[in-house]
Design a binder for this molecule. Structure first.
Ligand code: F6P
Length: 321
């Protein structure tokens, strides 16, 4: 392929810029023309393209967010929207597209691929919920951000002998909650993959640790559990007598400068994606597995399922007591 495009779609994630940089630089260095698509699939539909060069991506490796902006396109979900996107690609001579985003974005990439524009997906989401990947761009930064913020909450909880009930993102998955919970020594971690039992998983555990003279507590709740953390804090206070406060970390978790891991992996995956397209290989998803970067057929990738590491869940609760 001699002309490609790159877009970011869905929730932004720290490290997306590093991936864009890698895509653009790899393409430029290999004589491939590269367009940046503004605001994800909406930009593809509206023909909102920027021709990128080596300097278009200077000084972005350290920046959170995405310089190409992102969107969750409702129009692209329609047949007409997809047809328009194909048309604008053809008009610009775009032969392949690198899609940086989560599984919703990959479904868009699959649909575009089916309509004759080969796409390569690069996993970018804080949620780490893409089945074929051990890790997704932004996950590591987000975990570190959560850890930093929970550490701060711990300082004040400890000073006041309180219980901090903290909601973290993750959409329907508990990867952020589980790993941040371990890193922060949470007494209880509620994740959607394990049926929520407040009495057993929170109240009984707190009572048990109270008997060992523990006076302050951290409870991490994944948003996907559907638990109202404000109500939970009131319940804990009523049941245990421990003054409790709830915090929803919200979108602070999505911002900030990316960690080393996110920058390095985004660079490797962006580079890998362009190499596939340069070799006329499309309809793939780039994935990180252990320390390797590999690729999967996009249909196969979307049909895979991912399970939470229950051993890790058990270790978390065995140790944080
Ligand atoms: O997928 C990333 C994510 O931050 C989820 O963790 C969260 O559920 C969702 O996006 C929030 O979406 P929005 O920014 O549209 O509110």
């Amino acid at each position: 392929m001699k002309t490609i495009a790159v877009l970011t779609s869905g929730g932004d994630a720290p490290g997306m810029n590093a991936a864009i940089r890698a895509v653009v630089r790899t393409a430029c260095e290999n004589g491939v023309k590269v367009y940046g698509v503004v605001r994800g699939y909406n930009g593809l539909i509206n023909g909102d393209f920027i021709e990128m060069d080596l300097r278009s991506v200077s000084d972005i490796i350290n920046r959170g967010g995405t310089i190409l902006y992102s969107a969750r396109s409702t129009e692209f979900a329609t047949e007409e929207g997809m047809r328009k996107a194909v048309r604008t690609c053809r008009e610009k001579g775009i032969e392949g597209v690198v899609v940086i985003g989560g599984d919703g974005s990959f479904r868009g990439a699959r649909d575009l691929s089916e309509r004759g524009i080969p796409c390569v997906g690069v996993p970018g989401t804080i949620d780490n919920d893409i089945a074929c990947c051990d890790y997704t761009i932004g996950y590591d930064t987000c975990l570190n951000t959560i850890m930093d913020m929970v550490d701060r909450i711990r300082d004040t909880s400890e000073s006041h002998d309180r219980c901090a009930v903290i909601e973290v993102m993750g959409r329907r998955a508990g990867y952020l909650a589980l790993n941040a919970g371990i890193a922060c020594g949470a007494t209880s971690i509620l994740i959607p993959e394990v049926e929520v039992d407040i009495e057993k998983h929170v109240i009984e555990r707190m009572r048990k640790t109270q008997r060992t003279d523990k006076k302050h507590f951290i409870i991490i709740v994944a948003e996907g559990c559907g638990v109202d953390v404000h109500e939970l804090a009131k319940h804990i206070q009523a049941e245990t007598g421990v003054e409790s406060r709830a915090t929803v970390l919200g979108h602070t978790q999505r911002g900030g400068y990316p960690t080393v891991k996110d920058r390095v992996m985004a660079t490797r995956m962006g580079n890998y994606a362009v190499k596939l397209l340069m070799n006329n290989i499309g309809n793939r998803v780039v994935a990180a597995q252990k320390e390797d970067v590999v690729d999967y057929d996009i249909f196969e990738a979307l049909n895979m399922t991912k399970t939470i590491d229950m051993n890790l869940y058990n270790i978390a609760h065995e140790v944080s007591i």
